[in-house]
Write a protein that binds this ligand. Structure first.
Ligand code: LFR
Length: 484
């Protein structure tokens, strides 16, 4: 069906988009951005939340525009797929109403509940079953902070959007794996943990796998958007990182990947979870990928550090274009000060340049109060974090990798890509920037029978449709010894 097109809703921590994806077995995926909108945490009643109502209104705007573009082209929207960041949820009551705007994982309320959860289930026991990295904001710690869960269900953000579009309540499996309440080996809810923590077994709706149909659209949604009555919502890797990893344009399986955006998700793909104590103490996660794969990775700091600095500088009247900032940063010598980009001290929104300078001071070094120096420090620190994490992933899995794929926004950051090649000593292949949306669209296209095969066939399609950029290792210190 050459007229088949797919709508992808892809919402990240700083922006969202609705895209139309066209897939052909020979030329791969082509994406058309239909609607783009900002996202960010908002302070409400003293907590950090997402303005979900506003996001959903933008989703409907985007779907409406998508329906009209497709109609104009004589195309048929077969399905809609949804992905967002992980972990967070909205509470929905029996009447199907959202009881409050969802909290953001950047809110600190779960800091106080981690100890309570661990007193019931030790971190060792949690890891042996869930294989999930410890992050203070994992869903189970957030749920422990809820004052009242009577008569409500927790719908993860993409599942909440799917529910509002279809009336069907499901939990998509890749995102379920980030809750801390999902058994990484069995691929089912860890009901023993739900019981132990006093959570109702029905706190989450039943699981659904990528490729399965969530449902058709509610009459009111059809009316409002103009989407065709036979269009469905299809489950994709609804955890954005799962969709991004599915669309890493790798050839073979000896690759590492970095999904580089607000966060950097750095790791390898495995067939089976690694639940060893060494893996736990290195805080590697075994999140679920599309087709039941394991995303064995760590959350490393990300471009959040940079975007928060830019936000701060703009408020000070110091705004500079990103290309100019990166160019000035690239001109600085290698070997400058570094921070630990993973430090939770950087999680909340606040004065980022000051926090970075303070972290450098704590290492006994000094960071000049100039944007270019701060940006260079961020880039050096991220690249060093990537290299450390990849070395750990290889050690903990006994695998060696020959190439590092960088996908997402960071793949367009030439300084970061080059520094990553330098720090890891490996070739870096950068692109596509919209891996997440491509993974979303490909899961739908495969479900519709437009393309066939496993992840390697899907990846070949991504490679066919992307201009990839290659970076090779340079010895930074050698090349500088004659110059500056
Ligand atoms: C990336 C991401 C990460 C997850 C973090 C919080 O967008 O989904 O994978 O750890 O956001 O949900």
């Amino acid at each position: 069906d050459i007229n088949a097109v797919f709508a992808a809703i892809d919402i990240g921590a700083s922006s969202g988009r609705v895209m139309l994806g066209r897939v052909s077995p020979s030329t791969g995926v082509s994406l058309e951005t239909i609607h783009r909108f900002p996202n960010g945490v908002v302070e409400l009643d003293g907590g950090l939340h997402w303005d979900f109502d506003a996001l959903f209104a933008e989703v409907l705007k985007g779907l409406t525009a998508a329906a009209s573009v497709a109609a104009t082209n004589g195309e048929r929207i077969v399905s809609v797929g949804i992905d967002t960041w992980a972990v967070d949820y909205g509470l929905v009551n029996k009447a199907g109403e959202l009881t409050a705007q969802p909290y953001s994982y950047r809110d600190e309320r779960s800091r106080a509940t981690v100890g309570r959860v661990h007193a019931v289930i030790s971190p060792e026991k949690l890891y042996a079953t869930t294989g999930l990295q410890y992050l203070q904001f994992n869903t189970l710690y957030q749920l422990a902070a809820e004052p009242n869960l009577d008569g409500v269900q927790a719908l993860l953000i993409p599942d909440l959007i799917a529910f509002l579009l279809t009336g069907e309540r499901r939990t998509e499996a890749t995102n379920a794996s980030t809750t801390g309440l999902f058994d990484a080996v069995k691929g089912e809810w860890a009901t023993g943990f739900l019981d132990a923590l006093g959570l109702p077994r029905s706190i989450f709706p039943p699981l659904i796998q990528p490729g399965e149909t969530v449902g058709t659209l509610l009459p009111a949604i059809l009316k409002q958007t103009g989407l065709p009555a036979d269009a469905t919502v299809v489950a994709v890797g609804s955890h954005d990182t799962a969709s991004a990893v599915a669309a890493v344009p790798a050839d073979g399986d000896d690759f590492a990947y970095i999904s580089s955006g607000t966060w950097s998700l750095v790791g390898v793909e495995l067939d089976a979870a690694v639940l060893t104590e060494a893996s736990r103490s290195a805080n590697f996660t075994n999140e679920r990928g599309v087709d039941g794969t394991i995303r064995y990775l760590r959350n490393v700091g990300g471009l959040w550090l940079l975007s928060e600095c830019q936000r701060y500088w703009a408020a000070q009247g110091l705004s500079q274009s990103l290309p100019a900032l990166l160019e000035a940063a690239a001109a600085l010598p290698a070997g400058g000060p570094q921070i630990n980009a993973d430090d939770p001290a950087f999680t909340a929104p606040d004065n980022m340049p000051d926090r970075i300078r303070a972290a450098v001071r704590n290492t006994g070094a000094l960071l000049p109060d100039r944007p270019a120096a701060v940006v260079r420090c961020i880039m050096d620190s991220l690249a060093a974090g990537y290299a450390r994490t990849l070395a750990d992933a290889e050690r903990l899995t006994g695998r060696s990798t020959s190439v590092v794929h960088i996908v997402g926004g960071g793949s367009q950051n030439r300084l970061l890509c080059q520094l990553t090649a330098d720090a890891t000593g490996k070739s870096v292949i950068a692109g596509p920037v919209e891996a997440t949306a491509q993974g979303n669209v490909l899961a739908q296209a495969r479900a519709a029978g437009v393309v066939a095969g496993g992840l390697s066939e899907l990846r070949a399609l991504v490679a066919a449709g992307t201009q990839l950029v290659r970076y090779e290792f340079r010895d930074a210190f050698a090349s500088q010894s004659g110059g500056s």
